[in-house]
Ligand binder design. Structure first.
Ligand code: G3P
Length: 219
């Protein structure tokens, strides 16, 4: 399973990359705004900086919502770096644009997926990734993991190569459950990824090992 970090914060991207477990990055307009990245040139420079840190795909989301504008913006983003994946919203013009990008060999990530039917449409259009939003479904008392399971079944039934990129992850257990269900990729905040490290028995076990070593060494 691939690990992407869901942030536009360069320090957090570097920290995850330094752990040696990071593959790529996903961003969205809200995450870019959170880092204060505004203006076309600043946004472009920021995507380039992110691409310089990681080895795999970097999702860059279009702001446009009409076919012609999505194509124009997406082609400009894709030209920045071969790692860039054009992130397109699940709307009618977005699906049409995904089909266009697919025919041109441009990678896409269809975002704001909240149903299996939406994921099926995106796969049919040739999306490289679909991004089902687990946490936001959980937030409204709907089980986001069932959506991951349903999409996995549908993609496997027909051999769709579209990868399931589980998004809107809230914590380490979401990541583990996505792995159990066969999601191809998770994208998560640094805290959720780092949460995988933690177990109280690891901490107490290590403390005992170190104390025993010190005692035996007469320290
Ligand atoms: O990748 C999509 C993700 O950023 C949405 O996460 O936490 O805003 O629901 P969240």
């Amino acid at each position: 399973m691939k690990f992407f970090i869901d942030t536009a914060n360069l320090d957090q991207i570097r920290e995850a990359q330094d752990m040696g477990i990071l593959d790529g990055v996903t961003t969205n307009p809200s995450l870019m705004a959170k880092e204060g990245i505004t203006g076309d040139q600043n946004v472009i420079n920021h995507y380039k900086a992110i691409c310089d840190i990681v080895d795999d795909n970097v999702s860059a989301e279009v702001i446009a919502t009409t076919f012609a504008e999505i194509v124009k913006e997406g082609e400009a983003l894709a030209a920045l770096n071969p790692k860039i994946v054009v992130k397109v919203p699940m709307i009618k013009d977005g699906v049409k644009a995904i089909k266009h990008f697919s025919s041109k060999g441009i990678k896409t990530n269809c975002t704001l997926i909240f149903s299996a039917g939406q994921a099926l449409l995106a796969a049919k259009a040739g999306a490289t990734y679909v991004s089902p939003f687990l946490g936001r479904l959980d937030d409204i008392s709907s089980d986001g993991l069932i959506l991951i399971e349903d999409i996995r079944t549908i993609f496997d039934n027909y051999g769709y190569e579209t990868q399931i990129l589980a998004a809107s992850i809230r914590g380490p257990l979401h990541i583990v459950n996505c792995a159990k269900l066969g999601a191809d990729v998770i994208t998560a905040p640094l805290a959720a990824i780092a949460g995988l490290l933690k177990h109280p028995l690891t901490d107490s076990g290590l403390a005992t090992f170190l104390a025993d070593h010190a005692k035996a060494a007469g320290k």
